[in-house]
Design a protein around this ligand. Structure first.
Ligand SMILES: [Zn+2]
Length: 313
């Protein structure tokens, strides 16, 4: 069955500023590499529709929407020190979130087996009521919330971006139906993601943080992935797996100090595919988060997508 690919040229119209690391060239590097490697031809592309802004309210507050919309209308403007918008950011953000939701719907209904969403702006730092860390709306959280609304009982989000996905954790920390697991360098921005943060209330036990020291290499990350993340997923028994796929844990990334190779991302992808095949009919959607060294990002995405279109598909 097919692996889907979500991309839209409007993602290039989100312009955070000339020296901003989260720049359109990231997606240009990703798509160029997928094309030159031949992987693009193995993916089924879908250009996402604009999401109805009302749909953002499943995860975000009305005040948050209004603030982001106003910032985009008065662009260029800064929402905080890291998070700036241009006039194209509103459409890009709505189409990014809409594309991830659409990918999940296609996988849920069997049109695609799995999918990779090459979207920006990224999402995992966006809180219910706050844009931060280059993120406006929480793409993965919106997709998980929508899956729960259409009858998926348990969704797992695995976040291997080098930064902790504070927004995703906080949105679901009291929700027993969404498991959030993160591997991240710690201490590092945004400062959340201690091992003791395991969820609250009904969601107690459905958050798993695996903070890793700077300098960690493939065996360190893959060891913790196998020893902690996979057993926790087996215990939770999700019906759908989402990946917050940041690639800034690569050794060349300028925003962090972790030392993974591109192969590590292929290995984690294959592990999650195998898990999804065994436990949730293969249903897996991967969503781009960070990754700021263009060549390293392209190489990591190649390794990731090569796995996604590979054996078992
Ligand atoms: Zn990151």
């Amino acid at each position: 069955m097919t692996a889907g690919f979500v991309f839209h040229s409007s993602f290039l119209d989100h312009l955070p500023g000339p020296r901003h690391p989260e720049r359109p060239a990231r997606l240009e590097a990703v798509t160029a590499r997928l094309e030159s490697s031949g992987l693009l031809g193995e993916l089924d592309p879908a250009a996402p529709q604009l999401l109805d802004p009302e749909a953002l309210l499943t995860v975000h507050s009305a005040d948050h929407l209004a603030r982001v919309r106003a910032a985009c209308e008065h662009a260029p403007s800064a929402i905080d020190g890291d998070t700036t918008v241009s006039t194209g950011s509103w459409d890009a953000a709505l189409r990014a979130a809409g594309g991830v939701i659409e990918a999940c719907e296609r996988v849920r209904t069997g049109g695609w087996k799995r999918a990779f969403c090459a979207v920006r702006p990224p999402g995992h730092h966006a809180e219910r009521d706050r844009a931060m860390g280059f993120c406006l709306f929480n793409n993965v959280a919106l997709a998980a919330a929508q899956l729960c609304r259409v009858g998926i009982e348990r969704v797992a989000i695995v976040d291997w971006d080098v930064h902790h996905g504070n927004g995703t954790q906080h949105i679901f920390e009291d929700d027993a139906n969404v498991f959030y697991a993160s591997l991240h360098q710690w201490p590092l921005y945004p400062g959340t993601g201690a091992a003791q943060e395991r969820g609250i209330g009904d969601g107690e036990g459905t958050t798993l943080n695996c903070p890793m020291p700077a300098g960690s290499q493939d065996p360190d990350w893959l060891g913790v992935f196998d020893a902690q993340i996979l057993p926790a997923l087996e215990n939770f028994r999700p019906e759908f797996v989402l990946i917050s796929a940041g690639f800034d844990a690569h050794r060349l990334d300028p925003l962090a100090g972790t030392s993974l190779s591109e192969e590590a991302f292929g290995a984690m992808t294959r592990s999650l595919m195998q898990f999804a095949d065994q436990h949730c009919a293969g249903r897996l959607v991967s969503v781009l988060e960070g990754g700021y060294h263009l060549d390293a990002l392209a190489a990591c995405v190649e390794s990731h997508v090569e796995a996604l279109v590979g054996a078992g598909s």
